[in-house]
Design a protein around this ligand. Structure first.
Ligand code: AMP
Length: 302
């Protein structure tokens, strides 16, 4: 089944305690679609400026990502600059330049409108909602966001949340969105805004899913070298939505499996800068790490 994503395609400049990268390929939709491309057909909606090199578009095409929805506008591509200290769970945004995103009007190509799975990656919540208005009858809509929008456009974000099935968000951002320090209470409050399911991403501590069927806890893969956490959330979402779209089923059991595939993809992604940790994988490596997750969390019943 097909999967549509709208989000940012960006130039990222990132500093971690282990090195730095300047103006490398990034963006929420880029990480998401690269990750999801290992599971399903992905249709990408975003905008880039006239400074965006063709080689990056060729990379997306090489992953068989449909880029018909990637618009090119005159102006500069979105830029994000961030720094991580030794606590790699916390990104410090140094600069955000919306550039061509400031005047972006998403146009969903006709052949994308029947997409059954939709992911609204981190982007202005107004644009997320505009995309949702153009798709016909999606079976499952998930959404991501961040503090930039929680603080900058809280009402617009809450409006978008009314129409999504699932929200994925970082732990600190969940507390901020709900204005509630206790995570369980924060989750309850966020579910009352609209989504039926909430996934709270907790960096190296894994993730928690909250829904009517209870709470599910998934660990993060215990890596010896985490190089650059940028895109961890989006590659998680890509593995998660890519798997669900591939199997065409959104039962509680499938959502749990999808969370593990998301965690697998995030673990590959953080092993290198930009898309380097994820761009040359094969499905066997992904399945092998999925099985390692099973061993990691398995214990016998009483
Ligand atoms: P994450 O998966 O949360 O690490 O997301 C990292 C990506 O989000 C980076 O590649 C950035 O280009 C992108 N990003 C950062 N800030 C924003 C924003 N305000 N809107 C859209 N995308 C953003």
């Amino acid at each position: 089944m097909s999967l549509l994503v709208v989000g940012s395609v960006a130039f990222d400049s990132v500093e971690t305690p282990f090195g730095k990268a300047e103006e490398v390929l990034g963006g929420s939709a880029t990480y998401f679609s690269t990750s999801a491309s290992y599971f399903t057909e992905v249709k990408l909606v975003a905008v880039v400026g006239d400074d965006f090199p063709e080689e990056h578009v060729d990379f997306l095409k090489s992953r068989e990502i449909d880029v018909k929805g990637l618009q090119r506008s005159s102006g500069k591509t979105f830029r994000w600059k961030g720094r991580y200290d030794f606590d790699l769970n916390q990104a410090h945004t140094l600069d955000t330049q919306l550039n061509v995103f400031a005047s972006f009007k998403p146009q969903i190509p006709e052949e994308y409108k029947d997409a059954e799975y939709v992911f609204l990656a981190n982007i202005d919540p107004v644009l997320q909602l505009e995309v949702l208005k153009q798709v016909r009858k999606p079976k499952f809509v998930a959404c991501d966001t961040m503090n930039f929008w929680i603080e900058g456009k809280p009402d617009e974000l809450k409006e978008t949340l009314k129409y999504v099935d699932l929200l994925t968000i970082n732990e600190g951002e969940a507390r901020e969105l709900a204005k509630e320090p206790n995570l369980v209470l924060a989750a309850k409050k966020i579910l009352s805004y609209g989504p039926k399911t909430l996934i709270v991403k907790r960096g190296e501590y894994g993730s928690l899913m909250f829904s009517d069927s209870g709470i599910f806890s998934a660990p993060a893969y215990p890596l010896e070298s985490v190089f650059d956490p940028t895109g961890a959330g989006d590659s998680f979402a890509g593995g998660f939505m890519g798997y669900l779209s591939n199997i065409g089923n959104i039962s509680d059991g499938s959502i749990r499996q999808a969370i593990i595939f998301g965690s697998v993809m995030a673990s590959f992604n953080v092993e290198d800068f930009s898309l380097n940790g994820m761009k040359d994988l094969n499905y066997k490596e992904i399945e092998e790490r999925f099985k390692e997750f099973k061993r990691l969390t398995h214990f016998e019943d009483l």
